[in-house]
Design a protein around this ligand. Sequence first.
Ligand SMILES: [Zn+2]
Length: 658
Amino acid sequence: MSPSRAVAAGALVLLLLACGAEEPPPAAVDDASSGHVAPTEHTTRANAAVLSQLPFEDERDFADARRGFLAAREDPVIRDARGREVWNLDDFAFETGDAPPSVNPSLWRQAKLNAIHGLFEVGEGIYQVRGYDLANVTFVAGATGWIVIDPGTTVETGRAALELANQHLGARPVTGLVYTHSHIDHFGGARGVLPDPAGVPVLAPEGFLEEAVSENVLAGTAMARRASYMFGFLLHRGARGHVDAGLGKASTPGIFSLIPPSRIVDATPTEIIVDGVRLVFQNTPGAEAPAEMMIYLPERRALCGAENVSHVLHNLYTLRGAKVRDALRWAGYLQETLRLFGDAEILFASHHWPTWGNQRIVEHITKQRDVYKYLHDQTLRLANHGLTPLEIAERMELPPSLAGDFATRGYYGTVSHNAKAVYQHYFGWFDGNPTRLHALPPEEAGRRYVEFMGGADALLEKARTSYEAGDYRWVAMVVDHLVFAEPGNREARELLAAAYDQLGYQAESGPWRGFYLTGAKELRQGVDELPFETAGAAEIVEAMPTSLFFDALAVRLNGPKAAGEDVVLNFTFSDLGENHVVWLENAVLHHEQAPAREDADATLRLTREAWNRIVLKQATLPKELLSGAIDVDGSRLALLGFFALLDDFEPAFPIVTP
Ligand SMILES: [Zn+2]
């Protein structure tokens, strides 16, 4: 991606994201010019074997994904105000017929299901727009207008969904908006469906706004970088590139909006009537998201499973990096769902296609419940036998009743990394083996391994033999040492990239494929610049609590540089009527909302608006000082000295090389 193809998400803000957002790479790259090698015989055979392991003859998901189809957009492309592509279904037009040998047939099946797009009737007065965003947009017909459940990721895709519904179902105003949870693919499109929210109820689960604006800000740069691997942002679309994210086709760039909720759901069950429609809520904090809820429409016996129920094994640990989720709690909520809403005849969710019929719905929720409970219980059983995460992940297999169900396959989460997540939840990073307590870091270990293995050439020769034998995981482990020892060794990089390609082609999980193929790409071509654009997230920045910015500033403080420094600053926000005292002590940046300190080195008088402009990179601190939007009393030198102690983060840091 060239720097000019700026991404649509902010350095601070992308970071809030459940699902990052960048533009797809230039379409000119195809399988042949991508550098990714052809699938080997081993990969071809491994992928062919999948066909006999799963019930591919069962086509019910395809029937469900097409059921109730009303219309598709005439234009497969959705553009932003500047004409840039936000969504392009033509990118995935290659996903027809049988799986090519470079794609796991199970992932290929999921990719084809996720490509089914349009406006669908789910039940009486319930419609969904699917396939024009990573997430679904659901429309419930109220007495006078639409109640929108989840408005999509961006203003552009949310608006497109509403237009499609209005065009084919008759134009109606939006009379209610419900956010199922705090991930951006379920609220970022709010202004697209509701440009003027005055008087319209906006419902969200307890903790929604705090989580929506703050989740992942502090770890944002690294998380965004890792998300670029997970969602395959940097890959071309094609049989040797990105085919699907598992949860949906791809992440969605564009403008992110946020309308704060006017009504909070904090108990189960909570009944609220919106535009004449009875909505019964189950509050499920800390399941798939920190703030999340499920919704039952008793009059239509229709259940919205939010993202707690989907057609994937979801993530207990998200590979972009995230706090691990609590499998036991998640499973417990789904048991509660069965008890509360077990008479549902329609089940729809924030991603994927609906399920109809009470028996199938109960079976589906039961299996979703049990896949998380099984992973939880069996990980701890094996841990209590003394096994460590790698051993547990290697041994863990779902029982046939779950493993044979497409809806619990690892298209997004995997059995392997979710088992490690359960271990991490209880034990943290340390497996108890003292070797791992104080292991050497990769470059140093790499140099010594290479030396012990007889040098680079000997290592490469053996690794090539392993590659020929199809032993790609081992090739990756060994050659990774050489790449970290000798990052300039082209042969090592190419062999490692080829092994990553094969592992990516064989992966059933969209994110695993994304990691392997992006790693391969960067070994061959180096790291592309990852430009950040903040303009698309103004409302999210505005909604952030001021204290969060100081927490984020503290993460930028260079500890070693700050040792022995002693600075006290007042930040006086005139529009908020707040003063925040910021000071350094023991190389730590502290902050406290408190009266201005008399002994401060400097006092900055500013507005939150001016501060937001700096965060959004619409202005710089010097510019705001010059314009008078920020006024300083006291020592400007102390102020400059303070800012000099802050690190800037380079988002395009290397991952597969030192
Ligand atoms: Zn989502």
